[in-house]
Design a protein around this ligand. Sequence first.
Ligand code: EPZ
Length: 421
Amino acid sequence: MLQSMRIIGGSRLTGEIEISGAKNLALPALVTTLLTDQKITLKNVPDLADIRSLLDLLEHIGTDVNYIDKHTIELSTSFIKSVEAPYDFVRKMRASILVLGPLTTRFNRALVSLPGGCAIGSRGVDLHIRALELMGANISIENGYIKTNVNGNLVGCDITFSIATVTGTENVLMAAVLAQGTTRIINAAMEPEIVAFCDLLNKMGANISGAGTSIITIEGVEQLHGTEFEIIPDRIEAGTYAVAAAVTGGKLLLRNCQYNHLTSFFETLTRAGITCDKTETGVTVYRTGQDIAPIDIQTAPYPGFPTDLQAQYTVLMSICNGSASITENIFENRFMHIPELSRMGADIAIHGKTAVVTGVKKLTGAQVMATDLRASVSLVIAGLIAEGETIVNRLYHIDRGYEDIEKKLNSCGANVERFSV
Ligand code: EPZ
């Protein structure tokens, strides 16, 4: 049953929002169960569609999944039933590619469907594949599947990424922790999720150094053991609600948000005239003056401006006091929110990778739809300030990455309702 969201604009968001665990850490963290036959217990796991999809794949492979409570999951993979990640799983959740490294390093073979493109771009996995080849895996691409096998162990070596790929870094980390010898990832992703992921692997007995820098060194070990681990707060969810506070002229405490996970984002908001105060329990965000200053951004790998907050930031600039340019450098098709925002009265011109946003006095409610997680949530934010009613269709995109979004928004004064169509 498809669901939509009805938003009546005009309320200022005030109060506090509890930030859930980070989707983009929880996903690779779940996959670490394939690296040991002992139990992994993950806490503060967000309750999201993407998490449930990945758990389905892990159960298909042979993992026992036990929910202790809504956000605490125990996983153990004492034996595996299959080394295959079928197309049906991977097409729904491209992060399924993360099973490629662990299956190859621990079970010496894997058969993982190529994810194919997605709405925001080609999103190749060629760097993941090349890295495993360099580590000694025999790899072939047959019938849309990546087939790997290796005689004995993978062997550590230098892996230089031409792009600082996040899941590529995570796949190589998992392949390298049980490989023979030393692996160095050069031009590694430096996101907070990567740092936390290396903390988890080290808690499991891995020997990783350099996390958070562009060169990560992994000394292979014989085996990993079980552990307990708490997922860090979701900085992209936090940034999303920060924009919601800013555009509505309200004031929100983003509970558990870590300012230093979003420094370039919060610095940009500050330059735009939004106050972002670090507090004991999170970050408080509110608009100081009436005007929102136009501030240009370019998305970039961490610690640059996050691509996952580009669509949300575009909504803020749609009511700024001037014109701002927004350049998307990571994905080739991440402006799908723009035609929909234009239907709500935004004034945005796209020139290749850059969108020039000229602030307007107000947006007006409309029936809108997006085709990726972050574009969809930017339409919800636009609905919060639009005059009248906005209907956002295809909520399944939002449910992939935002836990209890209408509950969290309504608890701060929004007027949001989900309904089936
Ligand atoms: C991760 O995707 C995140 N997903 C994305 O979040 C995020 O937008 C992205 O990193 C960039 O920060 C997860 O962590 C599960 P990449 P990932 O590999 O790893 C190209 C969200 O909204 N590339 O860093 O897939 C690729 O096409 C999602 O939560 C290759 O060409 O992104 C892209 O243009 C969306 N070949 C760029 O690199 C490769 O082998 C960055 O991709 C790998 C990547």
